[in-house]
Design a protein around this ligand. Structure first.
Ligand SMILES: Nc1ncnc2c1ncn2[C@@H]1O[C@H](COP(=O)(O)OP(=O)(O)OP(=O)(O)O)[C@@H](O)[C@H]1O
Ligand SMILES: [Mg+2]
Length: 334
């Protein structure tokens, strides 16, 4: 768990004071991904670098697992935190294997252990360990370099990871691929992650929590669903975009919807004779809505994982959930 209490950073630049982070209070739970997002210059990198003490806090405290970071030795602290630097920051004069083993080497792992960890990480990243071992960073594509940056930060298996736009500057397809890989890895690793992003779709996809900043202030903190369904003010509304209802739908499944409209529980009736379109309980709502839109009756049969009929899904259920009239839902999807 990482706790920020009244965290403030004031930089001094030629006698001028710049408040880069202003009285931030928030708690990131153990094992969660919290995405920090906001316009350029709003203080994301500064906040991240205060956690591993590369930037000194002006006011307030940061605690990791209940221990104030200022009471710890800064070198030890940094070794217990994986850090993926904005623009990956691989050492150009080191091979890929050397880059990945920087921290394990510092903390005195033996050669055998480093070798097997290198192999394991490369496998995790979907890269051939033999092929890349002796290569240098400039011999890799942007996407491959970013993967090595992530692998390097994870090398000594730190419980906390700070990731500063690790998938920035990549084309959308590779980006989505790396996001999915990262989620898959995180499922087992359960690290506590602070993840900086510029991209609200990335934040929604990856974040257990999202923290939106503007000019050093934390404007809103919550789950993606909280933020999409209850944006606190105009800044947040503008920031997440006008298609927030649709973005929110992709977070929820048919099962969530049936739960929310209190229709969960097997519906008895004539589902056996139903001949229209079919959706699964686990189908996301964005997909389910497209199915309804193309269904002549405006309804679909819901089936469980055994393909047994479960109930009927209709437009009015969507309306109950989103408060948006079906005719508007149609225009949103298109
Ligand atoms: N070392 C420094 N000295 C003085 N001012 C700084 C320093 N580092 C950052 N700043 C200022 O602090 C503010 C926050 O910068 P920061 O790099 O944290 O923003 P950011 O949200 O990471 O931006 P970006 O999205 O562009 O990476 C900016 O106004 C920046 O100019
Ligand atoms: Mg930054």
């Amino acid at each position: 768990m990482i706790t920020f209490k009244g965290v403030t950073k004031v930089y001094e630049r030629q006698g001028e004071k710049v408040k880069a982070v202003d009285n931030v209070n928030m708690t990131v739970e153990k094992g969660e991904i919290c995405v920090l997002i906001g316009p350029s210059g709003c203080g994301k990198t500064t906040l991240l670098r205060m956690v591993n003490r590369l930037v000194q806090i002006t006011d307030g405290t940061i605690e990791i697992g209940g221990t104030e970071i200022n009471s710890l030795d800064s070198i030890k602290l940094r070794r217990s935190i994986g850090y993926v630097i904005q623009q990956n920051g691989l050492f150009p004069n080191m091979t890929i294997e050397e880059n990945i083993n920087v921290v394990p080497k510092m903390i005195g792992w033996d050669a055998e252990k480093m070798k097997s960890r290198y192999k394991e990480l490369m496998e995790m990243m979907g890269l051939n360990h033999e092929e890349y071992r002796k290569r240098f960073p400039w011999e890799l594509s942007g996407g491959q370099q970013q993967r090595i940056g992530v692998a390097r930060a994870m090398a000594a298996d730190p419980p906390v990871m700070l990731m500063d736009e690790p998938f920035g500057a990549l084309d959308p397809v590779i980006r989505e691929h790396l996001q999915n890989e990262f989620l898959r890895i995180q499922k087992d690793m359960k690290k506590t992650v602070l993840f900086v992003s510029h991209d609200i779709d990335e934040a929604i996809r990856l974040g257990d929590k999202i923290a939106i900043f503007n000019r050093g202030h934390l404007m809103q903190f919550g789950t993606p669903d909280d933020i999409l369904s209850n944006p606190k003010n105009d800044f947040i509304r503008d920031f997440i975009g006008s298609d927030r209802e649709i973005k929110r739908l992709s977070l929820l499944t048919v099962k969530d919807l049936l739960k929310k409209v209190a229709k969960l529980g097997r519906v008895k009736g004539n589902t056996q004779e139903y001949s229209g379109d079919v959706v699964m309980l686990e189908t996301d709502l964005r997909t389910a809505l497209s199915v309804l839109l193309s269904s002549p009756t405006g309804e679909a049969l819901v089936v469980d994982q055994n393909n047994d009929p479960y109930g009927i899904l209709s437009f009015s259920d969507f309306q109950t959930l989103t408060g948006v009239h079906p005719s508007k839902l149609q225009t949103i999807v298109r």
